[in-house]
Design a protein around this ligand. Structure first.
Ligand code: SF4
Ligand code: SF4
Length: 471
């Protein structure tokens, strides 16, 4: 019944295959010869199957775990260097007809204030985000055909792209909306979205149906097959994610890799990104209600194993996680983080971070300037690059460049150019000083002499007031 090429959810995320994989992993978690073989395969940096990765996840040998971490760090360096791409979520509306039991926006929550931004309010929010230095947004809104129809989403995307405030611009809008039709995905593509993001929440069908008791999201197959419809509608870049803490993490991890394998098998392109959210406290949600919470150590291990199993995919972590956890996972694979996030509708224009309409509690509450400085102090280059999407390097074109490592020739100089923009327009004096020194140092890490020369020239032009250069 298991068939990664099938378009039916229950066949490409086959429950029996996951159960058998977990049994196989349990039986082999101390099989030193097999584990050696899997680790050697992982060193080729071409990824692992869900079965192989599940064996490593089940293995508790500290030496093996150390080797996994070292390899994940090496793979991250090869594919992503020391760059971290920055983004911010923008909540447009918390109206929602679904009954997701882990989210405070669920329909039955009668006391949370409901809010939907007008286009004028979106403009104010985007200006506030631009004034921090953000260039890449992920828009978020609940599922509600009356309050949040697709036309509203399309109009909002247009509003966001059109706002040019001082030197600011949002250059890539990723979209996180409910599963929809091929026709609607086509409209989103035409509106110029970056990645279409849809979290699976859980791959366990029975749990999924219990956790989503009411509303259209209850339909497991429709939700799980959404990425196939998105790709049919012409969206090249899709982002997966499960909400760790809802089900047994080993089940979710296996399902997530099977989903990535399915996208590769059917569309020839794996997920552009994989997000790793963990269940957090929010309005009427207490994570302790759920039995499947995972420790920080397990969480870091999952991130490292995703990195070695799907080396080419971007990995995203949000401000749900603390500074300390974010530091750990960036070492072993995370390549994209949000900064200075407000997870409430209209939160960026408020003086003090509002909590009454938050979707989840923000653990990392630092400003973008502080996050940028902290990244640089930890040896990461904060990047505000959005070049690929704007150069049409999406889908299989992007993946081909990513898999053969050539994308590095663009990412590194683009990181330096966009960091320079941030330093010139938004940074504090202290951050600017650290950043200028970093840019000077990092020129030396552009191997191609011609590219290095061009990058230096572009940085100089940014210094002199011009903007928006890219490779
Ligand atoms: S997770 Fe999404 S669909 Fe579910 S209640 Fe929250 S906003 Fe609505
Ligand atoms: S060049 Fe492309 S892959 Fe690299 S950071 Fe920029 S947008 Fe991302």
């Amino acid at each position: 019944m298991y068939d990664p090429k099938s378009l039916k959810a229950e066949e490409f995320i086959c429950h029996e295959e996951i159960e058998e994989t977990l049994k196989y992993a349990d039986e082999n978690c101390n099989n030193k010869a097999l584990i050696r073989e899997i680790l050697d395969k992982a060193k080729l940096m071409k990824g692992l199957s869900h079965r192989e990765a599940s064996v490593l996840l089940a293995c508790e040998d500290p030496e093996v775990i150390e080797e996994i971490y070292a390899l994940a760090a090496e793979i991250k360096k090869k594919f992503y260097g020391n760059r971290i791409v920055m983004f911010a979520p923008l909540y447009l509306s918390n109206y929602c007809v679904n009954g997701c039991v882990y989210c405070p926006y669920h329909h039955q929550n009668g006391h949370i204030p409901r809010r939907k931004l007008t286009q004028a309010e979106i403009r104010d929010e985007v200006i506030a985000l631009q004034d921090m230095g953000h260039k890449r947004l992920a828009i978020e809104l609940g599922e509600d055909p009356v309050n949040n129809p697709l036309e509203y989403v399309l109009e909002s995307i247009k509003t966001i792209y059109d706002i040019k405030h001082k030197n600011g611009a949002i250059r890539r809008v990723n979209v996180n909306i409910a599963a929809t039709t091929v026709e609607n995905y086509r409209k989103l593509k035409e509106a110029g979205i970056g990645t279409y993001i849809l979290f699976q929440e859980t791959y366990h069908k029975e749990s999924y149906e219990k956790l989503h008791p009411t509303g259209p999201k209850h339909n497991y197959a429709y939700h799980t097959e959404a990425m196939d419809r998105a790709m049919e509608g012409g969206i090249d870049d899709v982002g997966l994610g499960v909400l760790y803490g809802l089900e047994l993490y080993r089940y979710e991890f296996c399902g997530q890799l099977m989903h990535a394998e399915h996208l590769e098998a059917v569309h020839g392109v794996g997920p552009h990104t994989i997000s790793v959210p963990r269940l957090k406290k929010a309005d009427d949600i207490d994570p302790d209600q759920f039995d499947n919470g995972i420790s920080d150590d397990t969480f870091v291990k999952i991130c490292a194993l995703i990195r070695i199993s799907v080396p080419y995919t971007g990995m995203i972590i949000s401000t749900r996680e603390s500074q300390a956890v974010r530091e750990k996972v960036m070492k072993v694979g995370v390549s994209q983080i949000s900064g200075a996030s407000r997870t409430s509708v209209g939160g960026y224009t408020e003086e003090v971070r509002p909590t009454d309409t938050e979707q989840f509690d923000v653990s990392d509450q630092r400003t973008l300037d502080e996050v940028v400085r902290w990244l640089m102090e930890n040896g990461h280059i904060p990047s505000f690059c959005t070049a690929c999407y704007r150069e049409g390097r999406t889908g299989d074109r992007f993946m081909a460049l990513c898999k053969n490592g050539q994308i590095q020739n663009c990412c590194h100089p683009n990181a330096l150019i966009t960091l320079k923009e941030f330093l010139m327009d938004y940074a504090s004096d202290e951050t600017r000083k650290i950043g200028e020194a970093m840019i000077e140092r990092e020129f030396a890490n552009i191997p191609n002499e011609k590219t290095r020369g061009l990058a230096k020239g572009y940085v100089e032009k940014v210094h002199n007031g011009e903007r928006d250069f890219r490779f």
